[in-house]
Design a protein around this ligand. Structure first.
Ligand code: PAF
Length: 302
């Protein structure tokens, strides 16, 4: 059995595919829901309906927990389930950004904690209603020593959603995704553009400067990144997701809290620990914060 916290696009994507491959699953969300039917449209446009058990709490204290809520909600989502989570139950964190695993490890010091990052793209078109929009690689790897024996979980997940791999050096993959998000998300949110617009020369200048600014920190952390390769990888994502709105663009558009503090904010914290200055990344972080605060003020005035 798999227990998935978060009935957003990625949570539903794993739920549908685990059900498809014969696993028992339980979808867990904050609000009590009577919805038990999951609608899934795959990349070929084929629509499938699954019976999907849905609950507000963890009911099994030994099977793996896959946490698919956004970074700012991870800690609270797990705190809410704290009394139901077994002391050795595996917790897998799958979201954009970094910094949550450290928070979760403080709350659950004896639990194996696995970090995951996925490039699968999926749209939530309604409650428990998803449409897969892109295929991508998923990486999982141990955050703590306790998680090291659980590589077999990546094999199980790989049978549900192809191209899912275990990486002992998961930190490198998380930083790679972090750099992709740092380069793409704030610019698309500030300038209100789709990802593909960032291929234009004026944005390319910004992206090159963002990467150049991050390099001293990435080198200090021995992540083995090459500046030119990193820019190429970022541009490949821009091309592959050209018609998509980034998650931060959507969060600002719909006046929701963004992952800002777990994306640029995480890099800024690390950079300040090593006394490395990153003025452009800091300015992008501040601009997103200002947009978020503006949305909050608007919401309060409405
Ligand atoms: O956050 C997102 O939207 C995605 O991680 C990415 C890779 C930037 C594509 O839109």
């Amino acid at each position: 059995m798999w227990q998935i916290i978060g009935a957003g696009a990625i949570g539903c994507l794993w739920a549908a595919n685990l059900l498809r491959t014969g696993h028992k699953i339980q979808l867990i969300s904050r609000k009590n829901s009577t919805l038990k039917t999951l609608y899934y449209q795959d990349l070929q446009g084929k629509k499938v309906i699954y019976d999907c058990p849905h609950s507000i709490k963890i009911t099994d204290s030994s099977s793996p927990i896959l946490v698919c809520v956004k970074a700012p909600q991870v800690k609270d989502a797990l705190l809410q389930q704290r009394k139901y989570i077994g002391s050795q139950q595996v917790i897998i964190l799958m979201h954009n950004g970094m910094g949550c695993a450290e928070q979760v490890a403080k709350l659950f010091p004896n639990n194996p904690i696995i970090c995951a990052t996925t490039a699968n793209a999926c749209l939530l078109t309604g409650p428990l209603n998803i449409q897969q929009t892109g295929l991508g690689i998923t990486y999982l790897g141990p955050f703590n020593e306790l998680a090291k024996p659980f590589s077999h979980l990546a094999s199980t997940l790989n049978k549900a959603v192809a191209n899912c791999h275990w990486r002992v050096d998961i930190k490198q993959k998380l930083w790679l995704k972090l750099m992709i998000n740092i380069a793409i998300n704030p610019l698309t949110a500030i300038f209100k553009v789709k990802n593909g617009e960032l291929a234009k020369p004026s944005f390319q200048m910004h992206i090159k400067s963002v990467v150049a600014e991050a390099m001293p920190l990435l080198n200090k952390l021995n992540l083995g990144f090459n500046q030119t390769e990193l820019i190429t990888i970022i541009n490949n994502v821009i091309i592959a997701t050209a018609t998509n709105h980034s998650s931060m663009n959507r969060d600002i558009h719909f006046q929701r809290t963004t992952e800002n503090d777990y994306i640029s904010g995480y890099l800024l914290k690390k950079a300040s620990q090593y006394k490395i200055v990153t003025p452009l990344i800091s300015s992008l972080h501040e601009q997103i914060k200002a947009l978020e605060n503006h949305s909050l003020t608007q919401l309060n005035n409405d």
